[in-house]
Design a protein around this ligand. Structure first.
Ligand code: NDP
Length: 463
């Protein structure tokens, strides 16, 4: 069935920047100035429906495929069917859902009470700027302190003893699937809330979230910056419960391994450190998210709510989950090389992102003023030297290499634990093309000129 494509009022996704600035910014979410046809991504409404159904199934599949007893090979259909949960409580548990609710509420509480820096976001279509309360970094450490207190006492005394901590870390591994499905349910409920809230008068809609298909709008996200008072739901979900949740699941896996084996393997320690640094880094540089397309362009609907709250914590932690009961059999040399790969990639990732961030904040700042730039008719210069002279998406390449180092820590027994690398590769390639499209809309002919200055997309001299 082809998506309905009728002429209708358009969002400003493909308007030139100056037209965007002039177009009416909001209303009850429907009418902008210029008529257009719907612009669908992800295969339109049918693709959106498929993705919404498929992604929770992928979480279930990964849960089975990375478990101790299931030896994944592409042809092992029977083994897969045998491992499918037979009882409802293997998938769904009220208690696990309550844990998800408590986790989310705990982070809302931290967001409200912790000391925060109040900063302004980018300029919106109506010329205003929203204020954001940034304290994610502090929330990260407070969460670790709360979890460490009590849980670590168990490790010191007797790991096999019953853990009386109100949130015993081994619970995560023991109820992993139920927690994951609890998070799926919660993100679904949140998406329904966000969608219904987006119809109130005055809601500013996302550029691509106001098509003629309600199903698609529900998926892609209708409202740009849904808020409850000063509480920004999208920015909060992007960084806090899911990302910190991911690091917490990893810690839970390490804890479980200690309980089972009396020690934590080097690979488990390294995955906790590598991914812990990645999460910490995102929160430490929380301000940088305010200029990403997730915040400036995408609406907040199922795609981001599910991605932030269910997908990230419960698929990105796959390596740690696998390592609890599987020995990757890596030699010290292999572990050292993987650590080197991670360290070099992290350095490139952080330096390239910080360079652009510093440049966008102050193009004449002392750390970026030596870099070569290209003027544009839009008034915003583009970097053409330093990290951004190597390749147009050098930050994505570095991020991907980091992802590879995480997967390598699981050894070479199954392709399943390389899921993150494959998925992230697809995500970043898709995202690179989305951004290229959006930049060519923003910069027009200047973008082509920029591409002639920096011809490579990911790897200098190659592609
Ligand atoms: P970018 O950081 O690449 O930001 C793209 C924007 O940067 C463009 O729209 C443009 O906006 C500006 N820009 C592009 N080229 C230049 C240049 N040469 N000079 C100056 N400005 C330029 O993309 P993302 O926000 O997608 O990613 C940020 C980081 O987050 C990446 O490292 C990525 O890997 C990571 N990430 C991680 C995810 C995960 O799930 N782990 C998911 C998504 C991203 P403008 O000109 O308008 O400023």
């Amino acid at each position: 069935m082809a998506p309905t494509r009728r002429a209708r009022t358009r969002s400003s996704a493909s308007l030139k920047a100056d037209e965007v600035a002039k177009s009416p910014a909001h209303g009850s979410g429907t009418q902008d100035a210029v008529s257009k046809e719907d612009h669908f991504e992800f295969g339109g409404p049918i693709g959106a429906l498929g993705i919404m159904f498929l992604l929770p199934c992928v979480i279930l599949f990964l849960f089975i495929a990375a478990s101790k007893d299931y030896k994944f090979v592409l042809t092992n259909y029977k083994g897969l069917l045998d491992q499918l949960p037979k009882k409802v409580d293997q998938v769904w548990e009220g208690e696990a859902f309550i844990v998800i609710l408590i986790w989310f509420s705990f982070h809302v509480l931290l967001e409200r009470v912790l000391y925060c820096n109040v900063v302004e976001g980018t300029v919106l279509r109506d010329g205003t700027r929203l204020k954001y309360r940034l304290s994610g970094h502090l929330a990260f450490w407070v969460t670790y302190l709360v979890l460490a207190h009590g849980n670590l006492g168990v490790i010191e005394n007797d790991p096999s003893k019953v853990n009386l901590h109100p949130f015993p870390l081994e619970y995560i591994y023991d109820h992993y699937l139920q927690l994951a499905m609890g998070a799926v349910t919660f993100s679904m409920g949140l998406s329904v809330y966000l969608f219904s809230k987006s119809f109130r008068k005055g809601a500013m809609l996302a550029e691509g979230g106001d098509t003629s298909s309600h199903l698609y709008n529900f998926f892609i996200g209708r409202e740009l910056n849904p808020r409850i008072g000063s509480f920004d739901l999208k920015e909060f979900c992007e960084l806090r419960p899911g990302l910190i949740g991911w690091a917490t699941i990893n810690a839970g896996c390490a804890f479980k391994q200690y309980q089972l084996n009396g020690h934590i393997s080097t690979a488990m320690l390294l995955i906790n450190i590598f991914q812990g640094i990645y999460v910490w880094d995102s929160l430490y540089h929380e301000r940088a998210i305010l200029s990403t397309m997730d915040i400036t362009t995408d609406g907040f609907g199922f795609m981001l709510a599910f991605g932030d709250l269910a997908w990230v914590p419960f698929t990105y932690s796959l390596q740690a989950r696998f390592l609890v009961e599987n020995d990757p059999g890596l030699s010290p040399l292999q572990l050292a090389l993987i650590t080197l790969l991670f360290a070099a990639s992290y350095y490139a990732f952080r330096s390239s992102n910080s360079e652009k961030d510093a440049f966008r904040r102050d193009p004449n700042g002392s750390d970026v003023q030596h870099l070569k730039t290209m003027p544009t008719a839009r008034g915003r210069k583009l970097l053409i030297s330093g990290w951004w002279g190597f390749a147009r998406k050098i930050n994505y390449t570095a991020d991907l290499c980091m992802g590879l180092s995480w997967c390598l820590l699981t050894g070479f027994h199954t392709p399943v634990t390389y899921f993150y690398f494959i998925y992230f590769f697809i995500l970043l390639v898709h995202r690179a093309f989305r951004d290229d499209h959006s930049c060519s809309q923003k910069y027009g002919a200047d973008w082509e000129k920029y591409k002639s200055h920096v011809p490579y997309l990911f790897i200098p001299g190659v592609i």
